[in-house]
Design a protein around this ligand. Sequence first.
Ligand SMILES: [Fe+2]
Length: 246
Amino acid sequence: MPSRRSSRTPSSAPARYRRFHAGTQPDYNFPPYASTQKRCPTQPLVLPPQTISEITGPVFGHDDVKPTDNDLTRQHKGDPIGERIIVSGRVLDENGRAVPDTLVEIWQANAAGRYPHKTDQHNAPLDPNFSGAGRTVTDAEGRYRFITIRPGEYPWRNHYNAWRPAHIHFSLFGEAFLTRMVTQMYFPGDPLLAYDPMYNCIANEGARARLVSTFDWETTIPEQALGYRFDVVLRGREETPMEKMP
Ligand SMILES: [Fe+2]
């Protein structure tokens, strides 16, 4: 996590954020996703007023993110096992405007569907050449780009024969604390999506579809890697569904 921060100061009173549309974000309690029942709020939520403190805030500077931090295939001595892919896209605000200079972080399983974390005891091999975490900062047009390995599916014991679809976790800081987002990107045509409670806890079909990347011929590199595009909208009507972690 970068440590150096600077502040954005608005020249006039900042506009408030619009609320998202019903059904486009996951429910706090979705019984098919078992652990939501243990952590969902039991009291009505309190909406804090949106003042300058919430609408503006610290942003992360370029200094702490190295240009190579976005290449997850170059973090160790050797090449990781698996299929190289390019994941890129744009970060947009609720009005479709680019969000520049925002920190984008990803984490994911390796090609065999295993995280290098002690709580992950899936009987699949670790890859000494793949840590599965990267970060970058969006450019002036809100663009980001990662080089990584296509993650494998993995079991998660939520229900009988439960397997997570292939996915990449995303964290975006946006322009202020209220635009921070944690979400997951999926791959087009994955047959496991139909069985996944995390994906299906979002009631609105169009909102669910915003979590699925698209194959991108333009960013595919001959002889090297397939490209996938994943745009993220931080707030508003087209908001990308985010994880609710009360
Ligand atoms: Fe995961």
